[in-house]
Write a protein that binds this ligand. Structure first.
Ligand code: NAD
Length: 293
């Protein structure tokens, strides 16, 4: 499949890095590993409150889990629950032997301490790789790290399309603990030269075209546009901004796709780029944890 895609895209002068296609093709790997595992692993998702976007993302995770044969249990907790009560629920899942992975759907309501909530997850069940234990391993460049799903999904997508990162100048826009920082660390682990930009970075427009691989994770639609890119670049759009126009849900990324796509060499769309790969990587993490359990 990869060879066929490579041959097709060699003929035309740009590639759309299609996350749905990549995931479809790579899913067989996960299914094989699940077969060898000999049991059906379970992922427990804690959803706090009833945020509509969160429910949608959880639904996508459930759909993919069903497709590959993984059990997902969603525990919905009240919007006004205390940090202590959430931690107590997570601790129950930590000791439940039928559970191999636990995630908390982010963001959580503002009154909760996100760090304390995440830290309550046992590192051995931390399928999102967000506990300090796993982030430290990633910081150290250890192969034992469970890598946050979005960062892992980005590099799995690049690898699927044969885009080598080693020695390249990778620029990440965004420095969050959830996306920007883990993405920069993983790029470093893959021997890229890494620049991290953020909302206080000066003169972004002259910096962005210097990157070989530009990864934008801000949630600021239209940030990456004609003047941010150059011929030969790979652009990965992580951003997701949701807008409702006349009752219709419209999703856009950080990249002004229609004007950037004709210039660059490779580009991931929104939707259908990094999103499906994030879901894939979450379940790859779960299988890694299950194999070690
Ligand atoms: P965040 O709000 O925590 O961080 C945003 C980052 O962008 C910050 O570090 C900020 O400094 C930077 N930023 C904001 N505006 C900027 C600007 N004008 N110029 C330069 N930098 C700017 O968000 P996050 O959790 O890191 O998520 C980032 C985006 O990625 C969001 O749109 C989110 O919905 C999306 N996301 C997508 C996936 C996926 O699977 N595709 C997964 C997680 C998050």
């Amino acid at each position: 499949m990869r060879l066929v895609l490579f041959c097709i895209y060699s003929i035309i002068d740009y590639m759309i890095l299609d996350g749905k296609k990549a995931r479809e093709s790579l899913s067989q790997r996960l299914e094989k590993r699940l077969e060898n595992l000999g049991f059906k692993p379970k992922l427990v998702i804690f959803q706090i409150g009833n945020d509509e976007q969160s429910s949608l993302y959880i639904e996508k995770k459930k759909q993919f889990a069903k497709k590959i044969g993984v059990e997902v249990e969603c525990n919905r907790l009240a919007n006004d629950i205390s940090t202590e009560e959430v931690i107590s629920e997570i601790k129950k899942a930590n000791i439940d032997q039928s559970t191999q992975g636990i995630i908390v759907q982010l963001p959580v309501p503002k009154h909760l301490d996100t760090t304390d909530v995440i830290e309550a997850i046992s590192p051995q069940k931390d399928a999102d790789g967000l506990t300090s234990h796993n982030l430290k391993l990633l910081w150290e460049g250890s192969s034992k790290a469970i890598v946050p799903a979005t960062a892992l999904g980005i590099f799995t997508l690049l690898d699927f399309y044969g885009i080598d990162v080693s020695g390249k100048h990778v620029g990440v826009i965004g420095r969050s603990s959830l996306v920007g920082k883990p993405t920069a660390l993983l790029a470093l682990k893959k021997n890229a030269t890494v620049t991290v930009c953020h909302s206080k970075t000066k003169d972004l427009d002259s910096l962005l075209p210097t990157f070989d691989i530009l990864i934008s994770a801000t949630g600021y639609p239209g940030l990456v546009t004609v003047k941010s890119v150059r011929k030969g670049q790979t652009v990965i759009d992580v951003g997701i901004s949701v807008d409702y126009q006349n009752g219709e849900r419209a999703v856009s990324g950080d990249v002004d796709f229609s004007v950037v796509q004709p210039i660059v060499e490779n580009i991931s769309p929104v939707p259908g780029g990094v999103g499906p790969m994030t879901v894939y990587s979450l379940f790859e993490n779960l299988i890694n944890l299950s194999e070690d359990s």
